[in-house]
Design a protein around this ligand. Structure first.
Ligand SMILES: Cc1cc2nc3c(=O)[nH]c(=O)nc-3n(C[C@H](O)[C@H](O)[C@H](O)COP(=O)(O)OP(=O)(O)OC[C@H]3O[C@@H](n4cnc5c(N)ncnc54)[C@H](O)[C@@H]3O)c2cc1C
Length: 421
């Protein structure tokens, strides 16, 4: 069914340019506020049943960064405008849920944003009307063609909508990496998916599910470190609960930095390093190993861990917690002219800029300018966590700057006049 009064259901441009935001996470929200201020017709597609679906998944986790860094000026002003000014200690870190409750949900419930937001609506693919990826290369014609956006709503019905500009803010949390060596699934992994948890569990609320038997935790990054700390505490107070922590790195020192300006991160890394050294009774660390294969076993999974070429250990796990990072879904823009980095899978120019800046502390990360966010595909931008590809140094405050830069470049909702560049 199409509605002719809905500009997103017609291919042709109307009196106002249409901007589609894919993903109602924190960066999608900031982009939506900027689109409203710039006078665009706005549509936001959110796959989850609520906005900020990813943040809600890890809502129990306290962010490393303090309130002062976790909301944009647009959000602050928006909250004041609806008489919900944020009165918090700017130096304290909120949990994900506190951000949702105090900032994201109140803003999404305002008339303009709630009217633009389509929840339960997953974007499956974006193309360009009347042309293919390999056609109209470096041609100005491409920009005059509307984007075609294939979406699937909560009833499973698919439809195409149209937009003049698209901001892909779908993040990477929903696209976790698999367990096997070399970044590909281990043999047996796909068949045993129901035994593998890929989200950070809330062990205060779900303790029962994780008590007793053996949990195999795989991964060494901050998410795995957060989980191991909670699992260690659970195992120490619950006899019969065993936790094995497998990671590729051999060195148990996980990068603890006494000068880390974020105290919560400093404490987490120090505590996780202590656990990785084998200094806690609750967790058995297995360092320098990869997951070689998984096999179904009575009441669980038999997991083969391999160290080096041949040294193999078989363990029995009742459940597996895989926290091995993630990368954005490139399938969405497969038919667009997006130049991806061969190493990080992020947009090429931004990846090169990040590489050039030498990684380093994520607190020092800043936006690298709108040039690095431009794609060969005109009018298509990847923003937020997804824009960092496999780099895990993205910070929300970088997202706010990306939104500023993109909106300064794309102008406002009025269609460009005949003499405009
Ligand atoms: C546990 C954890 C702790 C973190 N702590 C910090 C911190 O302290 N400070 C900090 O600055 N950053 C932190 N980050 C990193 C980062 O800032 C967050 O991941 C942040 O949520 C990224 O925001 P985003 O809007 O880019 O993406 P997301 O929050 O991932 O939002 C993407 C949205 O898009 C939706 N979506 C996905 N696919 C589709 C689709 N195909 N169609 C429609 N919608 C879709 C999702 O449901 C989701 O709502 C943390 C990340 C994690 C996982």
């Amino acid at each position: 069914m199409t509605s002719h009064s809905d500009p997103f259901q017609r291919p042709e441009v109307g009196p106002v340019r249409r901007l589609a935001v894919l993903g109602a996470g924190p960066v999608g929200l900031d982009a939506a506020l900027a689109a409203r201020d710039a006078g665009f017709a706005l549509r936001v597609y959110e796959a989850g049943p609520h906005p900020a679906a990813h943040v809600r998944q890890w809502g129990h986790v306290r962010l490393f960064s303090p309130w002062s860094m976790n909301l944009s000026d647009r959000m602050r002003e928006g909250l004041t405008a609806i008489d919900r000014p944020l009165e918090v200690d700017p130096d304290v870190s909120p949990t994900g849920s506190e951000l949702v409750d105090r900032v994201f949900d109140p803003l999404w419930s305002t008339a303009f944003l709630s009217g633009a937001l389509h929840i339960g609506t997953r974007v499956l693919a974006v193309g360009r009307q009347g042309t293919l990826k390999h056609e109209e290369i470096a041609s100005t014609t491409r920009a005059s063609r509307p984007f075609r956006i294939l979406v699937r709503d909560e009833t499973g019905t698919e439809r195409t909508e149209f937009a003049d500009l698209v901001l892909d803010c779908t993040g990477k949390f929903g696209n976790p990496n698999t367990l096997g060596d070399g970044g590909i699934p281990a043999p047996g992994e796909r068949a045993l998916e129901r035994r593998i948890e890929r989200w950070l569990p809330d062990l205060d609320r779900e303790a029962e599910r994780w008590t007793g038997g053996t949990t195999l935790l795989v991964g060494g990054g901050h998410s795995a470190q957060t989980a191991v700390r909670a699992l260690d505490a659970l195992a120490r107070r619950s006899p019969g609960t065993r936790v094995i922590w497998a990671m590729r790195r051999e060195d148990p020192e996980l990068g603890a930095d006494p000068d880390d300006p974020l105290p919560l991160r400093r404490e987490l890394v120090a505590e996780a390093s202590r656990i990785a050294r084998g200094d806690s009774a609750g967790v058995e660390p297995e360092l320098g190993v990869v997951v070689d294969a998984l096999e179904s076993a009575p009441d669980g999974v038999s997991v083969r861990l391999r160290r080096g070429g041949a040294d193999v250990r078989e363990i029995h796990a009742d459940r597996i917690l895989a926290l091995t990072g993630g990368v954005g879904d490139a399938g969405i823009y497969r038919q667009l002219q997006v130049h991806e980095c061969y190493a990080t899978s992020g947009p090429m120019k931004l990846s090169a800029a990040l590489l050039g800046s030498g990684g380093g502390d994520c607190l020092a990360q800043e936006s690298h300018g709108v040039e690095t966010l431009m794609n060969p595909e005109p009018g298509f931008f990847i923003l937020g966590d997804k824009s960092y590809g496999r780099n895990n140094t993205f910070l929300l405050q970088v997202g706010w700057s990306q939104v500023d830069e993109v909106f300064a470049a794309i102008g406002g909702g009025a269609p460009p006049g005949p003499s405009s560049p």
